[in-house]
Design a protein around this ligand. Structure first.
Ligand code: ITT
Length: 189
């Protein structure tokens, strides 16, 4: 058997881990879940949030580890909720977003994932980014986590992420694209 490379994913979100495990398996990465408490700063920049978050973890964790920060940027709302996606999901939820978008013709949106990775103490932080364009659906469609029931990727066939299987979402998602770049990088080092 080929040796798997062990990499830790620091997140409180088990759905992210489930997706990332499958994706990184193709790169011979054995993904481990590191469920740590962190302070998440408020910033308009996903990279700044991810780097701050990773820096807290690597203070006392010395294995290869990454964090990721994801945002849903809605065109007609000038990029809202973007870096505040987690807070907005907890407060307004998908129903609130649908309400905000009622009667809005421009349904364009972007899902963006920023991964911040550090291999060891000596290494610099590496950033990997993945983006998927899509449309915000008029109603909740499918059973999925987070904003999945609202997001219709343009590369798909008109279904929301929540109407797809995990494998289907993993072929075109923002997270897949960021993890693919991480996987390609790990293959080279
Ligand atoms: P960690 O920071 O601990 O990783 P989190 O769930 O708070 O977990 P984010 O801040 O990156 O992660 O997520 C922002 C929000 O976007 C949050 O409400 C997620 O549920 C949602 N989200 C992130 N990725 C998503 C995806 O692939 N599909 C649907 N919703 C997603």
């Amino acid at each position: 058997m080929i040796n798997m490379q062990r990499v830790y994913f620091a997140t409180g979100n088990p759905h992210k881990v489930e997706e990332a495990k499958l994706i990184l398996r193709d790169y011979n990465v054995e993904l481990m879940h590191l469920n740590t408490q962190r302070v998440e700063i408020q910033s308009s920049d996903l990279v700044e949030i991810a780097v701050y978050s990773l820096n807290q973890i690597v203070k006392d964790f010395k294995q290869p580890v990454f964090v990721e920060d994801t945002g849903l940027f809605i065109n007609s709302l000038n990029g809202f909720p973007g870096p505040f996606s987690s807070y907005v999901f907890k407060t307004l939820g998908n129903k609130g977003i649908i309400k905000l978008m009622k009667g809005e013709a421009d349904r364009n949106a972007l899902f963006k994932t920023v991964i911040a990775f550090k291999e060891s103490d000596r290494d610099q932080i590496k950033i990997f980014i993945g983006e998927t364009l899509g449309l915000i659906s008029e109603e909740i469609r499918g059973v999925g986590w987070g904003y999945d029931p609202l997001f219709i990727p343009l590369e798909g066939d008109g279904r929301t992420y929540a109407e797809m299987s995990l494998e289907e979402k993993n072929l075109l998602s923002h997270r897949f694209k960021a993890l693919k770049s991480l996987g390609d990088y790990l293959r080279k080092v």
